[in-house]
Design a binder for this molecule. Structure first.
Ligand SMILES: NC(=O)c1ccc[n+]([C@@H]2O[C@H](COP(=O)([O-])OP(=O)(O)OC[C@H]3O[C@@H](n4cnc5c(N)ncnc54)[C@H](OP(=O)(O)O)[C@@H]3O)[C@@H](O)[C@H]2O)c1
Length: 299
């Protein structure tokens, strides 16, 4: 049986499947989020940098689902590393909630808080404008302090897009281990080294872009289509089930009610099918999400 939840080291239960909310904006985004909550989703993955927190907040309120029934994840934006407390306040206000279940550092990449763009500030030469005299270790220290000072506002803290190097740096500097590291994770980017490191340190990996994001070639892969057809499901259902079977929560996004519902229906794949999906991915290694403000380690 595939698990409904994964339990973090601090005892929090993270639903196996949540709804990603990147680009879920306006009326369509609102309807998608409300529909998901009213039809079984118990986790929302959100971020200040998605600039849709009011929409998410309204969908939560109008869904009629009690706040404590939802595992609500949000993220500290890159341009707010040096003003983390204010970012948290704004996030809670925009979402219209009293607390977050999990607050993540979105990237280990502090960008100029007073730069020429709220998302990707640039210098005159066109390069990314990083925050001066700041680094992600300082940011983690701020988050640790906020968690200590406001346990009623933050149930737990974690990170996203961290590799082994960055995880080691924040753990060594503070002794505080993030409960979650949310990273790109699907068969073409299966993060085995990071998974092992996180497992050894009590850090739960969470899979973002589990379908390979927009226009994913995984959804056109004929071998995956064969496995899906054999099991009477779709490729996205296979990819989501593969992740949960391997030991991590998965946060697919969709705007379509039908696909939102479909993505919650997992399938118990055989060991051979799971192995085959891993093999297909390792023959087509690819990271779909890249950003000008961060250099990832090789996958
Ligand atoms: N921490 C980070 O830095 C980070 C980075 C990237 C993403 N994330 C999080 O992870 C979430 C998911 O990642 P993502 O949005 O990049 O991509 P994804 O969930 O891997 O893929 C989304 C795409 O797949 C399509 N899709 C979804 N379900 C489908 C189905 N059953 N059949 C066919 N197509 C389907 C969607 O189109 P339709 O809408 O048309 O269905 C959309 O184009 C994000 O929303 C965000 O919350 C976090």
């Amino acid at each position: 049986m595939l698990p409904d939840y994964f339990t973090l080291v601090n005892g929090q239960k993270v639903p196996s499947v949540g709804l990603g909310t990147w680009q879920l904006e306006g009326g369509k985004g609102y309807s998608a989020i409300k529909h998901a909550l009213q039809n079984g989703y118990k986790m929302l993955d959100c971020a200040f940098a998605y600039y849709n927190q009011e929409v998410v907040g309204r969908a939560i309120k109008d869904s009629g689902i009690a706040r404590e029934e939802i595992f609500l994840v949000d993220k500290l934006a890159n341009t707010w590393h040096s003003a983390a407390e204010k970012n948290l306040e704004l996030t809670l206000k925009s979402l219209g909630v009293e607390y977050l279940d999990l607050w993540l550092m979105h990237w280990p990449s502090p960008l100029n808080h007073h730069g020429n763009d709220p998302k990707t500030p640039k210098l005159a030469d066109g390069s990314v404008d990083f925050e001066k005299d700041w680094d992600y270790v300082k940011t983690w220290k701020s988050m640790v302090e906020l968690h200590r000072n406001y346990p009623e506002k933050l149930k737990s803290i974690g990170v996203a897009n961290f590799g082994v190097k960055e995880l080691e740096a924040i753990i060594e500097a503070t002794g505080v281990v993030p409960v979650v590291n949310q990273v790109e994770l699907h068969p073409s980017c299966n993060q085995q080294q990071l998974f092992k490191f996180c497992g050894d340190h009590g850090i739960q990996l969470v899979a973002y872009s589990p379908l390979g994001s927009i226009g994913s070639p995984l959804l056109q892969n004929e071998d995956l289509a064969g496995i899906a057809a054999k099991n009477g499901v779709t490729i996205p259902q296979c990819l989501i089930s593969w992740g949960v079977a391997n030991g991590w929560p998965v946060i697919p996004r969709s705007t379509s009610f039908e696909r939102i519902d479909q993505n919650l229906q997992l399938v118990e794949l055989s060991k051979d099918d799971l192995f085959e999906i891993t093999r297909i991915g390792s023959q087509n290694k690819h990271r779909f999400v890249t950003a000008p403000w961060h250099s990832f380690a090789e996958i």
